[in-house]
Design a protein around this ligand. Structure first.
Ligand code: ATP
Length: 481
């Protein structure tokens, strides 16, 4: 399937089967804001919980979690550099009045060129971005006659920086109100709580603090479904290390995060690392883990060596010490390492971008036609651990005591994992509906069940069916999770 078609098919399927709806749809939606429906929310929760468990429970490193608030003191964003630096170079088309992120505009154009030409253009772009050379960027757009997709003209303004933070006001009376921001990343909630956590949990370096939560960015060109949203969720972990060891830990987390991805059952060829050409103001090394979305390889997760930038800036602005006392002995001096501001290695992955990856990966159209009849199905091949529903329990008929047996099984299984019960429609139709939302197992209860307590279990991907004793069902599902 052509890639653009695949993306459109996934968006349509996600809506039709209750995964993702456009926000406020009855008012024609709100750009780059989406709502998760009944199955989308389960999928998203499963991913969130799996990441959380992997970080805070299964990981060899010492990592605990927090849940900081979205609103923070405005000085946080001054110290972090977001007020001064969190901006992207933008350009406006004077005919359509549309605004574009310069890198998106050039990247979009590069995709229409032959491979080598496209690469050369992107290399030039990277050079100008790294040098903050806005005039150079504009020239690149003009020389290449890159037109606005709406007006089709090359009538551009100069390139300017726009801040991506949303702001609002706290305080009920206008005069007393003060401007605050919706957090553009969850990381700062971790930095400002660094000592609270370190002291109350008696954490020893190296250690990590994990957090999952909403972040907000006024993305100017929001394209690509839930890939680029204005309100989204991040799963971030800040790992605090001894100064001088950050390079090792950066490499460690790069490879460790890839291991997590490997457990999602996705072909490793669909991932790649992409080193940053222009480092953010806080980083001494940074790379992205990219996944091959239907739109091509795009950033899914960032691994950043953030130095001591954030803690140091907070210490300077708040006048509160952000130091850690390291009692371990430095073999070089024979003395304790003593007080220092730790260095930080961050892993930051978008929850929505992970859901989009899983939808892209799972979405499969299958032609099941035989000589006798045409047939096809759409199946979402999620790994059972992440599937919204693990087991569908389907009595073949609505009578003869079959629903009673089914409900008993439902009662037993729902204590352990998410089940779905349905008695309406022909069994074939019910199977297809479960395929379409990615349910790995369906169990059918029929008349034979009454005689020998066996049921048919159907496997989603192979559509193979087998007869097993009803008492085995729970364990078959549990073993797959
Ligand atoms: P991009 O270059 O795509 O704008 P970024 O480099 O600004 O992303 P980071 O600041 O590193 O992103 O944020 C960490 C992660 O948060 C990203 O890897 C991505 O998964 C997620 N993320 C960032 N912006 C968005 C967004 N607008 N919508 C959804 N997820 C996002």
């Amino acid at each position: 399937m052509a890639n653009e078609n695949k993306l459109q098919a996934i968006i349509a399927h996600a809506k039709e089967y209750g995964f993702v709806f456009p926000s406020s749809e009855i008012y024609d939606g709100l750009g780059a804001v989406y709502d998760y429906g009944q199955w989308g929310v389960e999928l998203k929760r499963n991913v969130r919980e799996y990441w959380w468990k992997w970080m805070t429970q299964m990981n060899e490193q010492n990592i605990v979690g927090i849940d900081a608030s979205i609103f923070m003191h405005p000085s946080v964003w001054k110290a972090s550099g977001h007020i001064d630096n969190f901006s992207d170079p933008m350009i406006d088309n004077k005919d359509s009045n549309k605004r574009y992120r310069v890198d998106h505009l050039i990247e979009g154009f590069a995709e229409t060129l032959a491979e080598e030409e496209g690469k050369a253009l992107l290399a030039d772009m990277d050079k100008y971005i790294a040098a903050d050379d806005f005039a150079g960027l504009k020239q690149l757009i003009e020389i290449n006659k890159i037109a606005c997709p709406v007006s089709k003209t090359v009538n551009w303004t100069d390139v300017r920086q726009f801040n991506l933070m949303f702001s609002t006001e706290v305080g009920s009376v206008a005069e007393e109100a003060s401007k605050i921001y919706l957090r553009p990343e969850t990381a700062q909630g971790i930095f400002v709580n660094f000592l609270n956590v370190q002291k109350t949990a008696r954490m020893k370096i190296p250690f990590g603090i994990a957090q999952v939560g909403k972040a907000f960015r006024n993305e100017i060109v929001a394209r690509g479904f839930i890939f680029r949203m204005r309100e989204f969720e991040q799963m971030e972990m800040q790992f605090f290390v001894r100064p001088g060891t950050q390079k090792e830990w950066y490499e460690y987390w790069k490879s460790e995060r890839m291991k997590w991805h490997a457990t999602l059952g996705i072909d490793s060829a669909k991932y790649r690392y992409h080193d940053h050409v222009k480092l953010a103001h806080y980083a001494d090394a940074a790379c992205d883990i990219e996944y091959e979305y239907p739109m091509g390889f795009k950033e899914l997760e960032g691994i950043h060596s953030r130095t001591d930038f954030d803690l140091k800036s907070h210490q300077e602005l708040s006048k509160k010490k952000m130091q850690y006392f390291d009692a371990d002995i430095d073999p070089e001096t024979g003395k304790a390492y003593g007080n220092y501001i730790p260095y930080v290695v961050e892993t930051s992955i978008g929850l929505d971008r992970t859901v989009m990856m899983l939808l892209s990966e799972a979405y499969t159209e299958e032609d099941l036609s035989t000589e006798e009849k045409q047939d096809s199905r759409v199946v979402l091949k999620f790994i059972p651990k992440l599937a919204p529903i693990k087991l569908a329990i389907l009595p073949l008929m609505k009578k003869d005591g079959l629903p009673e047996i089914a409900k008993e099984l439902m009662e037993e299984c729902r204590q352990h994992f998410k089940c779905f019960y349905e008695e309406k429609d022909a069994i074939g139709k019910r199977y297809r509906r479960m395929d379409a939302i990615g349910t790995p197992f369906c169990v059918t209860i029929d008349h034979q069940t009454k005689e020998d307590q066996t049921v048919t279990i159907r496997h989603r991907d192979t559509m193979a069916q087998e007869r097993v004793h009803i008492s085995e069902i729970k364990n078959i599902v549990l073993q797959s999770l």
